[in-house]
Ligand binder design. Structure first.
Ligand code: 1CP
Length: 370
């Protein structure tokens, strides 16, 4: 039998999310959940009890297994490769530890502009992040074409936040100091990150990723002025160059999603910076976002992650309202941010089933009317 390579993947059986991302007609609204592989699943906790977090990321068989866990349970329309955005700072030479109960921590964060000299600026992603590519190729085969596989990266500003702050934070005051005190060094760091992120995303597509999401999870710490200076230009370069470089390597480009959490001030700009899909956090009114984006992009989101605590019937009501506000075309249903560890998996099932059955019902009703 031929070896499983990035050339001989099984045929795709469910392309709903790819059609929605490209703005094509869909009979149902596709759905996936940010952090769908995670601590709310007992089988994930079991795996993590025996394996350190980055070991799971770095071992293709383990990363693949964790990626498949939610796909086995729920009728999701996409899988997302199990990894973390912080593997990119690791590839640049920084140490990142995952501290139980606290989250990621950098023992030696960047403090001053001269610290940039400590970063490896000529990262060969095949050497440093090849384990992610291997996990993607393996997972594409193990998915057996059931649903498409999403690859992802953190965006430059969000990665800069962790590299300077050293971990999660309420204010991100240290990286924000850089923007105002060390403007040139901030751009230098953005350029270093942009280059490696582009190579990393292109490598993921070459390995088999069928959709890419860029996480700008800390956009909400910026203001319109700093976003336009330090985030948006780099997000545009990433979208443009990933597309060009994938094409140059003889592959069709894949749709790209930008999820800029807290960037309610930038929805119009995000709709025209090269991404097919704009992800919305739960604070945004879908109707307002539709108005701001004028059909230029597909929208993703945005149920409040907390709504998964509601009784199942109430989840259906909330989903119906969400679908009515978005409309059932050019929409990928998701939460407005990652799922929390204390959510009951049965409520995820209720969410996924509600998106499918209610969107199908709305589509059939509108067909009858026409
Ligand atoms: O012990 C554990 O298992 C740690 C929990 C955990 C998990 C399950 C972390 C630590 N990362 C992940 C996986 C992960 N991270 C995925 C997996 C794929 C999926 O199923 O969706 C993805 C896409 C991420 C991306 C990620 N990591 C983001 C962007 C998304 C977001 O939430 O905005 C961010 C900001 C991170 C950093 C990170 N990694 C982990 C934590 C707890 C954090 C947040 C730290 C903080 O800011 O407080």
């Amino acid at each position: 039998m031929a070896a499983n390579t990035a050339e001989n993947f099984p045929d795709l059986k469910n392309d709903l999310i790819l059609r929605a991302a490209r703005g094509e007609k869909t009979e149902l609204v596709p759905v996936w959940v940010m952090r769908q592989a995670g601590r709310y699943l007992p089988e994930f906790r079991e795996m993590r009890a025996e394996n350190e977090f980055f070991k799971v990321c770095q071992t293709p068989e383990l990363a693949c297994e964790v990626t498949l866990q939610p796909i086995r349970r729920f009728q999701l329309d996409a899988a997302i490769i199990f990894s973390d955005i912080l593997v990119v700072p690791q590839a640049l030479g920084m140490t990142v530890e995952m501290i139980p109960g606290k989250g990621p921590s950098f023992p030696e964060p960047l403090k001053l502009p001269e610290d940039l000299s400590k970063l490896d600026k000529d990262v060969d992603v095949n050497k440093t992040l090849g384990y992610v590519f291997d996990a993607i190729t393996l997972t594409r085969h193990k998915l057996e074409g059931k649903v498409p596989l999403i690859g992802f990266s953190g965006a430059p500003w969000t990665l800069m936040c962790y590299m300077i702050e050293g971990g999660g934070s309420e204010s991100m005051s240290k990286p924000k100091q850089w923007l105002y005190k060390y403007e040139e060094a901030s751009h230098q760091l953005m350029n270093i990150l942009t280059k490696v992120i582009i190579d990393y995303l292109v490598g993921q597509v070459m390995a088999g990723a069928q959709l890419l999401q860029v996480f700008e999870s800390h956009a909400g710490h910026l203001c319109p002025r700093t976003f336009n200076t330090f985030a948006l230009p780099y997000l545009s370069i990433i979208a443009k160059q990933v597309e060009e470089k994938v094409r140059a390597q003889g592959k069709e480009p894949v749709p790209m999603i930008i999820f800029a959490k807290g960037a309610h001030y930038a929805i119009e700009d995000l709709a025209q910076c090269g991404y097919e899909v704009v992800g919305l956090d739960w604070t945004i009114n879908p109707k307002t976002a539709r108005h701001q984006t004028q059909g230029k992009v597909t929208l993703q989101g945005n149920m409040d992650p907390g709504a998964l605590y509601a009784p199942k019937e109430e989840i259906r009501t909330i989903v119906r309202e969400m679908l009515e506000q978005f409309g059932t075309q050019q929409h990928i249903a998701n939460l407005g941010h990652g799922i929390w560890p204390t959510i009951d998996p049965d409520h995820v099932e209720a969410f996924v089933d509600a998106v499918h059955s209610i969107s199908e019902e709305i589509n059939l009703d509108s067909k009858k009317k026409n």
